[in-house]
Ligand binder design. Structure first.
Ligand code: GDP
Ligand code: GDP
Length: 439
């Protein structure tokens, strides 16, 4: 599991600036909390080889002039999910009463707290930090989030205390054969995830259920269907109640992010009655950035009028045009309509995420693709691609080697990606096409 870092501090100290620097994903995930002045934002990032999750707690201490409010319930939820706290103060404004109050609250959390003195660009770091030692936090770092100065050192220090993540499963395919395809059912609250999970499990034999776990653990539900193994990854705090699974906890963004990392295929559920919302698109963006294969289930299709259905289909086509490779399927989890049809799509997405093709065959395919539409000239040289191989799975990575390969223009990259997709019949998964220059 990636360490979860919470950014805390009074308004204007630079939390969002640091958040943006630490997360490179386009899509920050936002906790669905109506009525909050500033949202809690979640993002994934990586510095060096070490990945992490960052939460910008946003709303904390947004009180009256300089006075920190007691920690709000929302910020507390974020802090409960965090493994470490980065407590930001403003090195230019100096120490304030609000900082002191917040520091006191942070000390009672029982989690590592790192004091981050921000905005020290153009200042003497030691002088700017000196007065903040009065907060009684021993781990003090001077940074300038705006320029990124000191950020790497800070994160290296923060992550030092966490054990390195287990080596990424190099043979995920073999693992899949043993425990089955790992499926995460994801979506906003109330779109019908628990209802769908119960349908997916249906009458099937659930091998293990109700595994004990803390809030932070992802619950895995292995089961069999038509003699095949699958494992459902819980994202919604699902527990067994009597004969069915029910969501008993609030939706946790951290848990959802972890399930995406752990899954082979994500089933992204949306509510047909609400159409494709911003939040749905953020979730989808996050899944694609993570390189996961995905099937979209448009739920609550029952009871919609013909006109309404047409309207939703039109909207789906328009808003999802950026991911034409994703299969979109309408279902009614409540009545079970269309749910069984998700399985072939999941299988297909899984097979696409783990393509099997030899270097020879892939190279021949590349030659065919290039012969039809030769690579353009870059300056006075023609890009010459020599061979291709599969560099990884889930997401599949196609590595193309050749001279001047790094200079391939974007339009030609897209051409190559689309043709490889077509010929390899890759469906439902993002694909990474990468180039290696031999000169
Ligand atoms: P938040 O309210 O804590 O999220 O603060 P923001 O990230 O929105 O930053 C508040 C202001 O401080 C913005 O105008 C930022 O550009 C500025 N700021 C953030 N980091 C730095 C920094 O390292 N140096 C300087 N000089 N300004 C910064
Ligand atoms: P979750 O929060 O995503 O797990 O959503 P739930 O599975 O708890 O469902 C939220 C509500 O939507 C419940 O009242 C369900 O009965 C209802 N619901 C779920 N699926 C469907 C469906 O296919 N059609 C209709 N009409 N309602 C549904």
């Amino acid at each position: 599991m990636k360490p979860v870092l919470a950014l805390v501090g009074r308004p204007n100290v630079g939390k969002s600036t640091l958040f943006n620097r630490l997360t490179r994903t386009r899509d920050a995930l936002v906790a669905d909390v109506p009525g909050l002045t500033r949202d809690r934002k979640y993002g994934a990032g990586k510095i060096g080889e070490r990945p992490y999750v960052v939460i910008d707690t946003g709303g904390i201490g947004e009180g009256l002039e300089g006075v920190a409010e007691p920690t709000t319930e929302q910020a507390e939820l974020a802090l409960a999910e965090a493994d470490a706290v980065l407590f930001l103060v403003d090195g230019r404004a100096g120490l304030t009463a609000a900082d002191q109050q917040l520091a006191q609250q942070m000390r009672t959390l029982g989690k590592p707290v790192h004091l981050v003195v921000n905005k020290t660009d153009g200042l003497d770091e030691d002088a700017a930090s000196a007065e903040f030692y009065a907060l009684g936090l021993s781990d003090v770092h001077a940074i300038a989030a705006v320029q990124g100065r000191g950020v790497r050192r800070l994160i290296d220090r923060v992550l030092e205390t966490f054990p390195p993540l287990a080596e990424i499963d190099t043979d995920a395919e073999q693992a899949a054969e043993q425990k089955g395809i790992r499926i995460a059912v994801l979506g906003r609250p109330n779109v019908g995830k628990s209802t769908l999970v119960n349908r997916l499990l249906g009458e099937e034999r659930v091998v293990v259920y109700d595994m004990a776990g803390t809030t932070r653990d992802t619950i895995e539900i292995p089961y069999e269907r038509h003699g095949k193994q699958y494992t459902l990854l819980d994202t919604a705090g699902i527990r067994r109640r009597g004969k069915v699974f029910e969501a008993v906890e609030k939706f946790s963004v951290v848990k959802a992010m972890q399930a995406v990392d752990d899954a082979h295929v994500v089933v992204l559920v949306i509510d047909a009655r609400e159409g494709v919302t911003e939040q749905d698109l953020h979730l989808l963006g996050y899944i694609i950035d993570a390189g996961r294969s995905v099937v979209m289930a448009v739920n609550k299709w029952d009871g919609l009028s013909v006109e309404h259905r047409e309207q939703v289909k039109e909207e789906l086509g328009r808003k999802l045009a950026f991911a034409p490779w994703m299969r979109v399927h309408t279902i009614s989890a409540l009545h079970g309509t269309g749910v069984g049809d998700l399985y072939p799509l999941i299988e297909r997405a899984w097979a696409s995420a783990f393509p099997k093709i030899s270097t020879n065959a892939l190279t021949r395919m590349m030659e065919e693709i290039v012969a039809r539409n030769p690579a353009p000239l870059v300056g006075r040289h023609r890009v010459k691609l020599r061979y291709a191989h599969i560099g990884g799975s889930n997401p599949p990575r196609i590595i193309l080697h050749g001279s001047k390969a790094n200079d391939v223009p974007a339009a030609y990259r897209r051409y190559l990606e689309n043709r490889f997709r077509e010929l390899l019949k890759l469906e439902g998964t993002p694909v990474r096409v990468e180039f290696r220059s031999g000169d």
